[in-house]
Design a protein around this ligand. Structure first.
Ligand code: TYD
Length: 216
């Protein structure tokens, strides 16, 4: 096992990942704890190109299997160039999404197959997996209400993606898969109720992150 630590954030779009990652960054910065923040897809220059293809090109009619491979290509590059070197150098890495997103979205919701996508993910990460995965769980019906309001209010979020355009049933399947993964990996994946006030959620996240840092 490497000396560093890898923390991933997962959840449906609009569950509050961005806010919680920012609060965690502020908490780390206030304590002078160095970290790297990154994301999938889009954590490398190649990944930025792949992200655009995956999220903002509905005209390409990407098949579920092609989509699954594109996310893995992004991940292979991300782990090889960013995540693995950082972990091997003993650093803390915080990533906005990782392997569980592929298993939930492509493996289950798109129907490519959970086991196949799990295998592809481990190949892409060269066997590295997050030490801690924070799953911000929320009912998709609430997620959509929140995303719409946030988008209207800030105008900051990138344009509506191919995934945002999916039916609520698709997001229900994603949520189901995340919860199944959390039951299979209870030590690694921690489920938090994303409908809680952000400050309370932040405290719960710190309670999970702190022990991990002490062991570094
Ligand atoms: P993300 O950057 O988290 O977007 P948002 O800020 O809109 O939540 O992820 C982009 C989308 O890509 C999101 O809808 C989830 C999806 N995704 C997959 O389907 N599979 C994957 O392996 C990853 C990493 C993301």
């Amino acid at each position: 096992m490497s000396k560093g630590r890898l923390i991933s954030f997962e959840g449906l779009d609009g569950a509050g990942k961005t806010t919680q990652m920012q609060l965690l960054e502020q908490w780390l910065a206030a304590r002078d704890i160095p970290y790297i923040r990154t994301r999938e897809p889009g954590g490398t220059p190649l990944g930025v190109e792949i992200r655009h293809l995956l999220l903002n090109r509905p005209d390409l009619a990407i098949t579920p299997l092609a989509e699954a491979f594109l996310f893995q290509a992004d991940r292979a590059q991300h782990f090889a160039h960013i995540v693995i070197p950082a972990l091997e150098a003993g650093k803390l890495v915080i990533t906005d999404r990782c392997i569980d997103a592929s298993i939930a979205y492509q493996g289950h919701a798109r129907g490519v197959g959970i086991e196949l996508v799990a295998r592809l993910s481990v190949i892409a990460t060269q066997g590295y997996i997050p030490n801690l995965t924070i799953l911000l769980d929320l009912d998709p019906a609430l997620v959509h209400a929140r995303t719409d309001t946030a988008n209207d209010a800030s105008g900051l979020r990138e344009q509506q993606t191919r995934f945002d355009a999916e039916e609520e049933q698709f997001h229900q399947r994603v949520r189901e898969a995340f919860l199944v993964l959390a039951r299979i990996h209870p030590q690694r994946i921690k489920v938090l109720d994303a409908s809680l006030p952000p400050e309370l959620l932040h405290e719960q996240i710190i309670a999970l992150v702190e022990p991990l840092l002490e062991a570094m």
